[in-house]
Write a protein that binds this ligand. Structure first.
Ligand code: TNX
Length: 492
């Protein structure tokens, strides 16, 4: 009989009950979907491709289950929310149940983690052995995010789609792309082609720029949707706007454009509400982004030190009205908090709890405390690439915090979730992007998913070492944290 300690799932599910016997999936098992809607069918299709890639086994699809099959059912489960699921692996087959396609997706991610990594693709006879168990699971938070700053250094569609695949395997479900900053503008806005043609050409350290066309953007959003990840576009306003001011001289008082910026200072640029073209420009941008994006629109709002404080209040008012006109939920960095905001606005906490806490009662929080989630920080003193202003963040520091503990008197229902930002002033290659994310995103995935009472670093460490190794074997670059080596076999 299997014991729970040999089962290595990450993030840790709410309930895992080991059942007697064993579950084996025959190589002629079929994947059966009981649902008329396309969502569950697409999850099954994806799962078939994942099993092929993982174990070299081609499972077929079927409409009626027989013993030994893997069934996906849409139905109620004894856990809360849209993303909940139940996974039953027994001698007579595997059954996944969830109220939504997203829940079934989560169930298939868990099931894939139960598959042996070493299933021999040439062994056509032997069934694949899984532990027999029942899992009932649901996430603590709905927002489990990763941010990539593509403005300081640009990373293209291939890199972003690969990142989506990796984060989705650990049930992270938001990808926030920081699309604009002083150093570059990275999303085509059809009404203003110079924004990208000129504003997209530069990057930090004088490195090459780049940008997403609208077609690229649609492709990223489609790829993300297939992986049950929601893309959150950020247009940083009114500060962090040198690239726009550089590209479009008429946004500047006096009409003279500043030069392109390739340094690492912040807080020196601003758009101007008293330049008559500014509002129309921002409306064009928000309309264009809303048209090709999902339910959220992040308007930045951080570090607007060059914006007159009275103007800043007018900016927040203008931005939330504009975003609401397009039916989107506004997200902004915590600096927007001390201003009137419509209910449902998401305030992203990063630096000062007291600033975030000034938010009106209807606002909710995305927790990105720099001390635990800023992945541009060094892992540890052996890490040559990281920054230091928020302290070293090794994987234990990334793990050992409670999102509900940081804002006094705010409880879980006002916390939408967690997000780890990666600022890229000094991150020049996709290899370095991965090295900054991993293994720390494995910690974030569990912070966002697993209830606090079920979490301890001691319980996490062996699973961390195991899953960091799995990532490395999939070709993902993982920083060789001392915490991995201390706990057993880490990445090769
Ligand atoms: C703060 S966090 C910033 C970014 C920088 C980052 C560097 C936030 C909202 N703004 O503009 O890139 O620090 O660590």
């Amino acid at each position: 009989m299997t014991s729970t300690s040999t089962i290595s799932l990450l993030p840790q599910p709410r309930q895992v009950e080991v059942l007697p016997g064993a579950c084996s999936v025959r190589r002629d098992a079929r994947v059966v979907v009981h649902a008329a809607e396309p969502g569950p069918g697409a999850v099954a299709e994806h799962f078939v491709a994942d099993v092929q890639a993982r174990a070299g086994v081609h499972l077929r699809r079927a409409a009626e289950a027989r013993p030994g099959d893997i069934e996906l059912r849409v139905g109620a489960v004894p856990a809360f929310g849209d993303e909940a699921y139940e996974l039953l692996a027994e001698t007579r087959g595997v059954r996944l149940t969830a109220p939504t396609a997203h829940g079934l997706w989560n169930a298939t991610r868990t099931l894939l983690q139960l598959f042996p990594e070493s299933a021999d693709p040439h062994d056509h006879g032997a069934p694949i052995a899984l532990p027999a168990l029942r899992i009932v699971d649901a996430p603590r938070f709905e927002w489990r995010g990763v941010m990539l700053d593509v403005a300081r250094h640009f990373f293209g569609v291939d890199h972003v789609t690969r990142l989506i695949e990796v984060i989705a395997s650990m049930k992270l479900n938001r990808l926030h792309l920081h699309l604009t900053d002083d150093q570059g503008w990275r999303l085509e806005i059809p009404a203003h082609p110079d924004l990208t043609a000129i504003g997209g050409a530069s990057a930090s350290a004088g490195d090459p720029g780049g940008w997403f066309t609208i077609d690229d953007w649609r492709e990223i959003n489609r790829h993300a949707a297939r992986h049950h990840v929601t893309v959150v576009p950020e247009i940083d306003l009114p500060g962090h706007t040198n690239a726009a001011l550089h590209a479009l001289p008429w946004l500047n008082p006096g009409g003279v454009a500043p030069p392109a910026y390739t340094g690492s200072e912040v807080g020196f640029s601003t758009l101007h509400l008293d330049v008559p073209e500014t509002r129309g420009f921002v409306e064009d941008v928000i309309a264009a982004v809303a048209e090709v994006s999902g339910p959220y629109l992040h308007i930045g709002g951080d570090e607007a030190a060059a914006t007159d404080p009275a103007d800043y209040a007018a900016w927040v008012d203008f931005l939330h009205r504009t975003v609401a006109r397009h039916g989107r939920t506004m997200v902004g960095w915590e600096e927007i908090a001390p201003h009137p905001l419509p209910p449902g606005t998401l305030v992203q906490h990063w630096l000062r709890p007291e600033t975030a806490l000034a938010a009106p009662p209807g606002a909710r929080f995305v927790m990105s405390p720099s001390r635990h989630t800023y992945l541009d920080m060094r892992h540890d003193p052996t890490d040559p690439h990281g920054r230091r202003w928020a302290g070293d963040i090794d994987v234990d520091t990334a793990y050992e915090w409670d999102p509900a503990g940081l804002l006094p008197d705010v409880d879980d229902d006002r916390i939408a979730g967690v997000e780890a930002p990666l600022w890229t002033e000094r991150v020049r290659t996709f290899e370095q992007v991965q090295q900054r994310y991993f293994p720390r995103l494995l910690a974030l995935a569990e912070v966002g998913w697993t209830p606090q009472r079920l979490r301890s670093f001691a319980g996490f460490a062996p699973r961390l070492a195991d899953h960091a190794g799995r990532l490395a074997r999939r070709g993902v670059t993982v920083h060789p944290s001392p915490r991995l080596q201390a706990e057993g076999p880490g990445p090769a």
